[in-house]
Design a protein around this ligand. Structure first.
Ligand code: IPD
Ligand code: CA
Ligand code: CA
Length: 267
């Protein structure tokens, strides 16, 4: 019998092919808000994923970003981001993915993140490790913020109310760099496979972080909020790191939340 992650991987690969076909056609986009885009590809991918999940698991609930999900009668719930990185996709910037995470009674038990542009499948099941195209992956051993490469993002909605630019500035000044590639699920997958040392962001949704948080933990990393509290998929912020940096990053974030700057602003 196939595992949840194996079935999810097959579905994500199929929806990745749909997205790639739209990418070849360079389709347009609509605006959900001032800077919040949606495309035909988001909707087509979601429809396919929801149909497939429902065929395979008729009693499971599905929460999907574009609203195509359904209520279920079992304790299982899928969080579906049918196209994470829509702004990138709409501009032809090849950094986007499909993310499927499965929660059972409040705990994420399976997750896949598929990048169709690189044909990279990140996959994890609770207690069984994390994999990239079938090979085990692990977080980095980086132990100093100064030596780190990290990532963050900025929300599409209410961006003007977001304080992340202060965190971005501090980290950009004191480390090897901060990437803002525009696909949160992939950022999490990259922490899991050691391409990044840590990732943080405000105002993400359950479908952005469900699969990725499991991948990071199964690869030896930690996922909490930015104050060190247990991760809540509907919480205000997330920190995902390689474990070695957890304490130092939390200490730094505590200072920034308190309004203190280690690196002063340029005069
Ligand atoms: C967005 C991306 C982006 C992040 C935004 C998300 P979407 O997801 O993950 O990196 O900064 O906060 O909303 O809308 O492209 O699925
Ligand atoms: Ca999306
Ligand atoms: Ca997303």
């Amino acid at each position: 019998m196939k595992s949840f992650a194996e079935i999810a991987a097959e579905i994500a690969r199929e929806s990745g092919a749909v997205i790639s076909e739209f990418a070849r056609r360079r389709i347009g986009f609509e605006l959900k808000g001032a800077h919040d885009l949606v495309t035909e590809a988001d909707r087509a991918s979601e429809q396919l994923i929801v149909e497939r999940l429902h065929q395979q698991f008729p009693t499971h609930a599905i929460v999907a970003e574009e609203g195509g999900g359904n209520d279920g009668s079992s304790e299982y719930c899928w969080y579906v981001d049918p196209l994470d990185g829509t702004t990138n996709f709409a501009h032809g910037f090849p950094v986007y993915n499909v993310s499927l995470g499965l929660e059972r009674s409040g705990e994420i038990v399976a997750g896949v993140i598929y990048d169709p542009t690189r044909d990279e499948m990140f996959q994890a099941e609770l207690g069984s490790g994390a994999f990239l195209n079938g090979e085990p992956i692990h977080v980095t051993p980086t132990a100093r913020i100064d030596d780190s490469l990290s990532a963050t993002g900025f929300p599409s909605r209410k961006r003007h109310q977001n304080i992340n630019v202060h965190f971005y500035y501090q980290l950009a000044m004191m480390s090897h760099g901060v990437r803002r590639a525009g696909a949160a699920a992939l950022d999490l997958a990259y922490v899991a496979c050691g391409r990044l040392d840590f990732f943080w962001e405000f105002a993400l949704k359950p479908w952005d972080v469900a699969a990725g948080s499991l991948l990071v933990r199964e690869a030896g990393g930690r996922c909490t909020d930015m104050l060190g509290a247990p991760l809540n998929l509907r919480g205000a912020h997330i920190l995902a790191d390689n474990t070695a940096l957890h304490g130092d990053v939390l200490e730094l974030f505590g200072e920034i939340f308190a309004g203190r700057q280690r690196v002063p602003l340029p005069q």
